[in-house]
Design a protein around this ligand. Sequence first.
Ligand code: ANZ
Ligand code: ZN
Length: 815
Amino acid sequence: MAYNPTQIEKKWQEIWAKNGEFEPKDDYTLPKKYILSMFPYPSGRIHMGHVRNYTIGDALARYYRKQGFNVLHPIGFDSFGMPAENAAIKHKIHPKKWTYENIDYMKNELAVLGLSFSKRRELATSDPIYTKWEQEFFIKMFEKGLVYRKLAVVNWCEHDQTVLANEQVEEGCCWRCGNEVVQKELPGYYLKITDYADELLNDLKSLEGKWPSQVLTMQENWIGKSSGLEFKLFLDENSREILGDKFDGFSVFTTRPDTIYGVSYTALAPEHEIVKTLLNTDILSDEAKSKIKSILNQSPRERQASDKDGVFLGIYVKHPLTDAKIPVWVANFILSDYGSGAIMAVPGHDQRDFEFASKFNLPILKVVKTNDESEDRANSDYGVAINSPLINGAKTEEAKEKIIAKFESENLGKRVVNFKIRDWGISRQRYWGAPVPTICCPKCGVVSEKLENLPVTLPDDVEITGEGNPLDKHPTWKFTKCPKCGTDAVRETDTMDTFFESSWYFARYASDEKTWDKTALDRQSVDYWMSVDQYIGGIEHAILHLLYARFFQKALRDLGYLRDSEPFKNLLTQGMVLKDGKKMSKSKGNVVDPDDIIHKYGADTARLFILFAAPPQKELEWNDSAVEGAFRFLNRLYDKASSVKPVDKIPDIKHENLSKDEKFARLKVYEALKKSQDVYNESFTFNTLIAACMEALNALNAQQNDEVNSEGFFIILNLLEPIVPHIASELSKELFGLRNFTKIAIKDEVFVKDTINLAVTINGKKRAEFEISADTSEDEILKIAKEKTAKWLSGKEILKEIYIKGKLVNIVVKG
Ligand code: ANZ
Ligand code: ZN
């Protein structure tokens, strides 16, 4: 019979579904593995990136199940978000209908791949029961001050008509649509991720070697910790008069207090209060004012892209150590929301300050001596302090400490730590999201909804036009009573950033589904299953999702919902799927539809190709002939299996009695077995395991021993089952009647080589080398050794012949 993937795959998928084989067991004494591929957005169709992601996870899940672990391998849908609304605008279909139809369609597509997902733990984040608990988290965080509301300048995408978090702005553009992001002042809710900045940074250490180092570095830079000195610079008499009693000076932050003697000017962000005050006086010329205003109109990104620019403000401060008169400028490169929004400028040692000073002819002083003597730029290297009375001769580290100590002891300043990371703005002005569960009461202010009233659900009867917030425009939805005092009040119409949902879905999966309507997270099951042992997903989430999820884990831990501090023990970032060197994408028109491949060759071929074409971390180039190659291999496996004698016990083979070819076949089979242990537990280089299985199959083909064949097939089918589960299950059922993997011991005798390499030396000089069967007698060996070296021996008298077992033959001749 020929290999018929359609039939085999359908049959096994039905068997698996009927037996509920992939459901996690409730026995919490078993060793467990939690294998998780990042869940999909229900865009409508599965693409090759999904196939790759889920195949990798599935191979691991199936492997661990065979190894006797209790495995949790769930799937769900990240189902709130903008595309549903865009579809509503374009095709006049309700976002809910669009989303859930897509989910149904994609579930079927995934099912065809034979993925061993738990059915019982399936979820969609737009399910009201999911929203309910999410809103509970929001309220608990709100009560704890971990969520707060503020009016702030936010990133705004005109195209998507919504706010974006800092993490969602990529090079100044919207991460979703690519439109340029503008700044807008809006009220919104923020998550205090900054409260966890230090822990988020420190815990990265515990992930070293388990997460890709690239991801760890990106997170470290995003968190952006720097420590230094913050101190106050005092205005001189004249300047104080100009500014009135409101200010006697301003604070600056520096990471290089050791360069303090090199300060030649100071600079403020244009948003600084002092600048605001001066804009209302006539100290500044109209020209200066309009320049400041034009900088104020630029986004931080535009400012960063422009040349250094600024204006002298006509005021001075006193140098804290030398009393020198230092001019105060406003500059476009000072960030208003970092440090104190003001700096001491050291153009000799800070490149930005150098460029600014060069443009405006401000003095450039050198106060650190290093090996780098260049005059055309700032030198920020560490070295030894010079021209700095209090610290001359001190190395940078020591000089920093000395200055900090002096400022602290004289109450002039203090050691501070600053972070780049900003609180996470989660308000979105869109319909298809989880409503923020607060109510604005004219008497009580912003009040959270009562827990017993959760979930706050979306109204179904909305008109989605793309203009304005549909919840805000709804005729009745937002009008309610204050949960505290009962007065007429207005419901919040912002919905939450969808990253809120994806920040805890993995914990929800870990929670026993029988408790899903009673509690957010059932501690007993969550404590057993969490953390995720292996997380698999795209590198594009290096910051966004993976940072938010780590923050949520810690915040929920502190609220008593969870135990662990890190959600994902190990992370594998899979490479992209390419076609003709470019990322497969609709816009490039180079998409290969997984459905087509599965239809033509079956799911096992698709899975085999995906895992064979490249190691999972690397990019994978689509290759039609390699897909056919994978299909041919499965055909060969299937054909060859028909020549294997069905057995009900794995034969016990006497290795020493085998022929050379039989021994070689066994060696190849056991090499593959050995390889599988490293591949499934460490390297995930499935391609090398598949190659080893192919070699083993070839070696089995080259011999005729039935027992070797049976044993070989038993092992190979077991090794391939996680990768090509349908065909492997079919064949091992047929041949061995047993499908459960009994752990096969690695037999050392298979690896014992039956030949040895011998060197022949004459008077200590190596003259020949030969390979010979290990059981050859000493006499025979000496005879061959002399034959191999005949030309050096002819005419010489042999004094001694020594055979050192397994190593060499030494011959001593006269003269
Ligand atoms: C003087 C100095 C001398 C500095 C020197 C650096 C080198 P990170 O590492 O990013 O934290 N700075 C402080 N606040 C700023 C703001 N709001 N906008 C722009 N720049 C600001 O950088 C800290 C350094 O960036 C600080 O140390 C300050 O310049 C500048 F040889 O102070 B430094
Ligand atoms: Zn009230």
